[in-house]
Design a protein around this ligand. Structure first.
Ligand code: ATP
Length: 608
C-alpha cells in the first residue's frame, strides 16, 4: 500500500486540494477567530506597503526643498507631508499599529492552531488505537509514529504561519505592483518583464527541490524505522552477533540520505543563485532607468525612492512565496495522510463513555464451525471448522504442535479478528451482539511474552483496573505470588521496570501480568502459557498463582507443558487448525496412536 500512497503524496492536484479541505472540520469551531486573523494579516500587508511608501516620501523630502503647501488633514490632525518631523510621527504611529496587530495575530493563530492540533492529535491517536488487530499486522510502528508527530507538525506549520504568510505576501505583491504602476508605469513594465521569467523558472526549480526533499524525508523515515526495529529487537541483534549486518543496513540508508540531501542542496543553491541574479539584476536595471528618468525630470524623487523600496519588497515577497508554497504543499500531503487515518473504520470499542451499560457474562464460550485465515495470509487456513464449548467455570486446555493455531484461538476469543465463517458465542449469544468493550472488559489475557509498560510495578499492575486502591494492588500482587520478589526491591511496588519491563526476569514479568489479571477480576481468563521454561521454583510460584487466578472463572489455557493440564475439564487437541481430539486427560491418554498421547509421551521422554 505504501508505494501507492507515496505516489499520491507527491502531487498537488485539484483532487488533493479537495481532500485537504477535510481539515476544515477542525477549523470550523474557530472560523470567526480565523476570519479575524485573516483581516489582521491583510491589514498588516497593507500597512507594510504604507510604511514603504512613507519611507520613500522621507527619501524624497530629504533630497528636495520642503514644499509648504503639501498639507493634508486626517481626523482633525494636520500633517505636513513635506516635513520630516510630521512624517516621522506618521511612520511611528503606523509601526505601532502594525506591531500591535502582528502581536494579536500571532497569538490568535497560535491559539486556534493549538486547539486544532489538540483535537487532531487526540482524534488520530484515538482512531489508531481503536483499529482492529489486522491493521497493526500491516503497519509499521515507525510509520504510525510519524503520522502522529511529523505530519501533524507540518499541518501545524501551515495554520500557524504558512497560510498567513502566503496571504500577506500576495497582498504585498498585488498592492505593490498597483502602487508601482501609479509611481511609474515605464519602470514597472521594465521590472515586470523580468519577473514572469523568474517565476516560471522558480516553479520548475521548486518542483525539483520538493521532489528531492520528499525523497530525503522518506529516506530519513526509513532509516528511523531501521533504528527503531533494531533497538526493539536488540536481543536478536546481539544474540545473532548481527551488529555489523545492522550497521551495514543502516549505512545503506544514511548514505542514501546524504546523496539525496546533497543533490537537494545543489538544486537549492542553483535556485538561490538564480533568484539573486534575476531579482537583483532587475533591481539594478530599474535603478539605472529610474535615475535616468529622474535626471530627465520625468520622475519625482519621492516616487523614485518609494519605487525602489517597494520593488525590493515585492521582489522579496515573490522570492519568499515559493518557499511558503512548498510548505503548503507539504502540509497538504500531511493533511491527506492524517485525514486518511481519520477516515479508517475502527473496531467498535467504547472509548468516550466508560460508564456504558454492561451485561455481566456468566462465562460460557462456544465456537461453532469456525473458519479463519489472517487477511495478510489468505492462503493459510489457520482454523478449520472448529467447534468446542466451554461451560461457565470450565477449565479448557488447548494443546497441539507449534503453528497449530492455538494463539489464534486466544485472539478469536478476545475478538481481535472476525472469523470468515462460523460463530463465537458468549452465554449463547453471538459475539457480534455484544459491544467489544463489554466483552473485553470481562476477560483477562495473560500472554506468552509479557511486555510491560515503562513505569513502575504498581502502575503496571494497576493497568488491570486503573481505579484500584493501593491496598487492592498490594493484594493482587500477593495473590500472584509477586510480593516475594517485589518486597526485595528497595522501592517495592514503586520499582521502575525499565522499557518494556526488561529489568525484570521472565517469571517476574509473568507474575506481574497475573497480578494485573487478578485486579481485573475477569469472568473469562485466557492464558497463553510461556514456552520458555522457568526454573522449577519460579514455575511453581507462577503455576500456583495461575491456579488461584483460574478458580471460579472460565479459563482457556494454551498449554505447552502438558503436566499442568491434567485436571482440565476439557482438553482440545489441535493440529493444522483442525480439532483432532477432545476430552479429559484420562480419556485422551488411552487413545492408541492418539496425538495427545503422542505429545505426552514425547514430553515425558524429554523430561526423563
Ligand atoms: P505456537 O505454539 O508456536 O505459539 P500456535 O499454535 O499458537 O503456535 P498460531 O500462533 O495461532 O499457532 O499460528 C497459527 C498459524 O497462523 C501459523 O501458520 C502462523 O504463521 C499464522 N499466523 C499467526 N499470526 C499471524 C498473523 N498475525 N498474520 C498472519 N499469519 C499469522
Amino acid at each position: 500500500m505504501s508505494e501507492k500512497k507515496k505516489e499520491k503524496k507527491k502531487r498537488l492536484s485539484k483532487a488533493s486540494l479537495k481532500q485537504a479541505t477535510r481539515i476544515f472540520k477542525y477549523v470550523k469551531p474557530y472560523r470567526w477567530q480565523f476570519a479575524f486573523g485573516i483581516v489582521l494579516i491583510s491589514l498588516s500587508g497593507v500597512f507594510t506597503l504604507l510604511v514603504t511608501r512613507l519611507w520613500g516620501q522621507l527619501g524624497g523630502v530629504g533630497v528636495q526643498q520642503p514644499e509648504q503647501d503639501d498639507i493634508r488633514s486626517y481626523f482633525d490632525f494636520e500633517f505636513n507631508f513635506s516635513d520630516l518631523g510630521s512624517l516621522a510621527v506618521i511612520i511611528f504611529a503606523v509601526l505601532v499599529i502594525q506591531a500591535i496587530m502582528s502581536f494579536t495575530r500571532v497569538i490568535l493563530f497560535a491559539r486556534i492552531t493549538e486547539n486544532m492540533m489538540l483535537a487532531l492529535r487526540k482524534d488520530t491517536y484515538q482512531k489508531i488505537i481503536r483499529m482492529p488487530m489486522q491493521y497493526f499486522n500491516e503497519q509499521r510502528v515507525g510509520d504510525l509514529n510519524s503520522r502522529i508527530s511529523a505530519d501533524i507538525t507540518s499541518i501545524q506549520d501551515v495554520f500557524t504561519t504558512t497560510l498567513a504568510e502566503l496571504l500577506r505576501q500576495l497582498i504585498v505583491i498585488v498592492g505593490g505592483i498597483a502602487a508601482l504602476l501609479f509611481f511609474s508605469p515605464t519602470l514597472t513594465f521594465i521590472m515586470l518583464s523580468t519577473l514572469p521569467v523568474v517565476i516560471i523558472i522558480a516553479v520548475i526549480f521548486g518542483r525539483f527541490i520538493r521532489k528531492l526533499s520528499k525523497k530525503t524525508q522518506d529516506q530519513v523515515a526509513e532509516s528511523n524505522v531501521v533504528v527503531q526495529e533494531t533497538l526493539t529487537g536488540i536481543v536478536n541483534v546481539k544474540s545473532f552477533a548481527n551488529e555489523l549486518l545492522e550497521v551495514t543496513r543502516y549505512m545503506g540508508n544514511i548514505t542514501e540520505i546524504k546523496k539525496f540531501a546533497l543533490k537537494g542542496a545543489w538544486w537549492r543553491a542553483s535556485f538561490s543563485s538564480f533568484i539573486i541574479l534575476f531579482i537583483f539584476g532587475a533591481i539594478s536595471l530599474v535603478i539605472f532607468k529610474g535615475a535616468d528618468l529622474m535626471a530627465a525630470g520625468e520622475l519625482d524623487s519621492e516616487y523614485f525612492f518609494s519605487f525602489l523600496l517597494m520593488t525590493g519588497l515585492v521582489a522579496g515577497s515573490i522570492g519568499g512565496i515559493a518557499a511558503q508554497f512548498a510548505q503548503l504543499q507539504r502540509g497538504i500531503g500531511a493533511i491527506e495522510n492524517v485525514m486518511d487515518i481519520l477516515e479508517l473504520d475502527p473496531e467498535p470499542v467504547v472509548i468516550e463513555s466508560p460508564s456504558f451499560k454492561q451485561r455481566a457474562l456468566k462465562g460460557e464460550i462456544e465456537f461453532q464451525r469456525l473458519q479463519f485465515h489472517y487477511d495478510s495470509r489468505k492462503e493459510i487456513q489457520v482454523i478449520n471448522d472448529l467447534s468446542f464449548r466451554a461451560s461457565a467455570g470450565d477449565h479448557v486446555a488447548i494443546v497441539g504442535p507449534s503453528g497449530a493455531g492455538k494463539s489464534t484461538i486466544a485472539s478469536l476469543i478476545l475478538q481481535f479478528y472476525v472469523p470468515q465463517a462460523g460463530k463465537v458465542q458468549f452465554d449463547g449469544v453471538d459475539a457480534s451482539e455484544y459491544d467489544l468493550t463489554e466483552l473485553r472488559s470481562q476477560m483477562a489475557f495473560v500472554p506468552q511474552e509479557v511486555i510491560l509498560f515503562g513505569g513502575s510495578i504498581k502502575e503496571n499492575i494497576a493497568y488491570g483496573n486503573p481505579e484500584a486502591s493501593d491496598e487492592e494492588i498490594h493484594q493482587a500482587a500477593a495473590q500472584a505470588n509477586a510480593l516475594q520478589f517485589i518486597d526485595q526491591f528497595p522501592d517495592g511496588l514503586d520499582t521502575i521496570v525499565g522499557e518494556r519491563g526488561i529489568q525484570l526476569s521472565g517469571g517476574q514479568r509473568q507474575r506481574i501480568a497475573i497480578a494485573r489479571a487478578v485486579l481485573k477480576n475477569p469472568t473469562i481468563l485466557i492464558l497463553d502459557e510461556a514456552t520458555s521454561s522457568l526454573d522449577s521454583e519460579s514455575e511453581r510460584l507462577v503455576q500456583d498463582a495461575l491456579d488461584k487466578l483460574m478458580k471460579g472463572r472460565t479459563s482457556v489455557v494454551i498449554a505447552h507443558r502438558l503436566s499442568t493440564i491434567r485436571s482440565a475439564d476439557k482438553i482440545i487437541v489441535l493440529d493444522g487448525g483442525i480439532k483432532v481430539e477432545e476430552g479429559k486427560h484420562e480419556e485422551l491418554i488411552t487413545i492408541e496412536n492418539g496425538v495427545y498421547r503422542g505429545l505426552v509421551e514425547l514430553q515425558s521422554q524429554l523430561v526423563s
